[in-house]
Design a protein around this ligand. Structure first.
Ligand code: ATP
Ligand code: MG
Length: 395
């Protein structure tokens, strides 16, 4: 029934020069998203609006689904775009639109016109009144309700004239690519995929690093992380995923350091290695799925000690979330089902029975001295032998 979509985006923070950048990125990302949908589309812009027009047969549901994953879109309005500018012709067209769109003509409505093109001979109020009365003439059982109409008939007079009465909520946020890039520490758990999603939502391009420990962790665990990465990439775009073999580093820490401090020391080395990839990829920060107090390694004391090795800012978008809130978010974005598959991560395998919850930096640093002779070479080997793949959404 529809051949076009009017795309609305938020206007906060995109004034002036930024607006152009924002729109460019949004249009680019919309085109990439639609590349995976059958059909040909044209994406155009006019001040404050982006239009998506199908130029061939297309799959409506899949198109909406694709647009609903593009950050920066606030509303998706299936719309009719028309060349008609003459008011009488336009009114006729809109009456036909109502006729074919709504089977029962007994709803309340209001016309909401926006005249951005000030050369148009009628102003918004005049269009509202005139069009409203023509619609009432055509469908006598309709009623006008300006406060709480069941149907809001929007008419926008710009260079493009469009009308629509339906709106689908978009994700909001900023188009990916408008705000630098960050290195996500991505595990197979519930939290870190959500953390990556949330940072990408603010326009940040994501790269990721995953630490695995074969043969202690399985190929299935690795595949699970790649699968999670793929789901996140449906929103965030292609993700460069660095898969680090962490076994020897981890075994060395296991042998030389107190077991109750294992997780925290391991975490410090993960951060260091992640930063080496951040350097390579030009990231501006690290991202983790940590939330205060969730586990021993996420107490304020632990995060203080972990953070101390980092030269990059560490973004923890879930910091104030309860586990249940994170689970709800992961259900919403579609990572939950994969996250709860049972394949274990390296951290779970080497985890101590009673991990330190209040590590002291000086003690941790002292114990890390046991690693002085060996760890640099092991870390370097881990970096040099890393497998890097680009993870993209499935077709
Ligand atoms: P998640 O559900 O994200 O795995 P978690 O509750 O299991 O989180 P931890 O295991 O303490 O928490 O990990 C805290 C954060 O450290 C994770 O959110 C992730 O960002 C990072 N991390 C943990 N393990 C790995 C790993 N094997 N590879 C990459 N990053 C990891
Ligand atoms: Mg984990």
């Amino acid at each position: 029934m529809y051949k076009a979509f009017l795309i609305k985006y938020g206007e906060i923070g995109i004034k002036g020069k930024n607006r152009r950048l924002f729109e460019d990125a949004l249009i680019k990302n919309i085109k990439i998203a639609l590349d995976r949908v059958e059909g040909e589309f044209e994406v155009t812009r006019e001040q404050g609006r982006v239009y998506v027009e199908a130029k061939s047969e297309f799959d409506y549901d899949r198109t909406v689904e694709a647009l609903r994953k593009v950050f920066g879109i606030v509303e998706i309005c299936p719309a009719c775009l028309t060349e008609t500018r003459d008011f009488e012709d336009l009114a006729k067209e809109i009456i036909e639109f109502i006729d074919r769109t709504y089977e029962k003509k007994d709803f309340t409505f209001k016309v909401f016109a926006k005249r951005a093109d000030k050369k148009y001979p009628m102003n918004s109020m005049e269009i509202n009144v005139e069009l409203g009365s023509r619609i009432l003439d055509a469908f006598p059982d309709l009623k006008v309700d300006v406060h709480k109409p069941e149907i809001e008939l929007n008419v926008e007079i710009r260079e493009v004239v469009s009308y629509y009465s339906e709106s689908i909520k978009g994700l909001g946020g900023m188009p990916v690519g408008t705000n630098g890039s960050a290195m996500l520490l991505l595990s197979g758990g519930i939290d870190s995929p959500v953390a990556g999603y949330m940072v990408a939502k603010r326009g940040v391009k994501i790269d990721a690093v995953y630490f695995h420990a074969p043969p202690y962790t399985s190929e299935r665990a690795k595949k699970k992380v790649i699968d999670l990465c793929r789901i996140v990439s449906e929103y965030a775009g292609p993700i460069r995923l660095h898969i680090v073999n962490f076994t020897d580093t981890q075994l060395e820490i296991y042998e030389k350091c107190p077991h109750d401090q294992l997780t925290i020391i391991m975490r410090r080395y993960m951060m260091k290695i992640a930063e080496a990839f951040a350097d390579k990829d030009g990231s501006l920060g690290l991202v983790t799925g940590e939330s205060i107090g969730q586990v021993a390694s996420q107490t304020m004391h632990s995060m203080f000690v972990t953070n101390e090795v980092c030269k990059y800012p560490v973004y923890r978008p879930l910091i104030g979330f309860d586990k249940q809130e994170i689970i709800e978010k992961s259900l919403e974005i579609g990572t939950y089902e994969t996250s709860i598959l049972p394949f274990e991560d390296c951290c779970t395998i080497f985890v101590a029975k009673h991990p330190e919850t209040k590590p002291r930096l000086n003690i941790i640093k002292k114990n890390e001295e046991n690693l002085n002779d060996t760890i640099d070479a092991l870390v370097q080997t881990a970096i040099d032998t890393t497998e890097t793949i680009v993870v993209e959404p499935e077709d």
